[in-house]
Write a protein that binds this ligand. Structure first.
Ligand code: ZN
Length: 287
């Protein structure tokens, strides 16, 4: 199932069901059909099989869908409890960054202020000179998870989305902690869709691509990940309780501006498009 979070006509966030014929506003379809439905994406995630069944009924009953070109997208998870990120998690990206292949996952955090929606413009702070893009596979946690082993870890994933871990390299490497170059307003576009895990046969076998102004910069596969999605979830769950709606950015492959001989940083006006498998294309413009 392919879902999104959208802004409804009343300005509130709602759940969208993405179909071949457009996006169904779940709340509107629920009102007109009388079929009860989850209100927010977190309700969907926490609602289990019942929520999915209600959405399936809504899809059958819906008589109207919004053309995707006019949907006002919100970040697929607008208010996550945690935004966890893994740095240097692709072999070729570690090499292009002149960093050793890590022997343990490199974690950092972002916060909800960093989230941005599909097609949202990203304001470049005046203090940033070296803005870089990072296409990433993002896993969204579906259930309370603590001390899970890698073999069971993927059962904790509700779904997957495309993320762009925008990074200000000049601020990131100002100190040993990366937060200042990572936790910037709008620097974590997420979406456009949340695709349920049952539609993803193997998260370690997905192509990732990123274009800047139409030029292909990143072109790789999640098979190059050092620590798999399952490994990362298991590892994190040994020290913290992962909650429904928590978001994990799992790292970026090679091809970032930092790794280029002539480093072409993002500038106002640049358009970035990120794509992972059939999870959708996440498009943002720097302003
Ligand atoms: Zn990243």
């Amino acid at each position: 199932m392919k879902l999104c979070t959208l802004y409804r006509d009343n300005g509130h966030e709602g759940v969208g069901l993405v179909t071949d014929h457009g996006v169904i506003d779940v709340a509107a379809a629920s009102e007109s059909s009388g079929i009860p439905a989850p209100i927010t994406m977190l309700d969907v995630i926490q609602g289990g099989d019942l929520a999915i069944q209600q959405l399936q009924q809504i899809q059958k009953a819906a008589t109207a869908a919004i053309d995707e070109s006019v949907v006002r997208f919100a970040p697929v998870i607008p208010h996550p409890g945690k935004i966890l990120c893994v740095g240097l998690n692709y072999r070729k990206h570690a090499l292009e960054s002149n960093m050793p292949i890590p022997s343990a996952p490199v974690y950092f955090a972002k916060f909800a202020n960093s989230l941005a929606a599909h097609r949202e413009s990203i304001q470049l702070p005046a203090v940033v000179e070296q803005c870089d893009y990072e296409v990433e596979l993002v896993a969204v946690i579906g259930r309370k998870t603590r001390n899970v082993n890698p073999q069971q870890a993927l059962a904790s994933v509700f779904g997957y989305a495309v993320g762009n871990d925008l990074s200000a390299r000049d601020l990131q490497f100002r100190s040993s902690q990366w937060l200042y170059g990572k936790a910037i307003d709008g620097f974590s576009p997420l979406g456009p869709y949340l695709v349920t895990a049952d539609d993803i046969a193997d998260p370690q076998d997905l192509p990732l691509k990123c274009w800047v102004n139409g030029e292909l910069r990143q072109d790789s596969t999640t098979a190059d990940m050092i620590f798999s999605v399952a490994d990362v979830i298991s590892d994190l769950s040994r020290i913290m309780t992962l909650e429904p709606g928590d978001v994990i950015y799992t790292g970026t492959p090679e091809g970032v501006a930092m790794g280029m001989a002539e480093k072409v940083w993002l500038r106002p006006g640049d358009e970035i498009v990120c794509e992972v498998g059939h999870l959708g294309r996440l498009q943002n413009r720097i302003v």
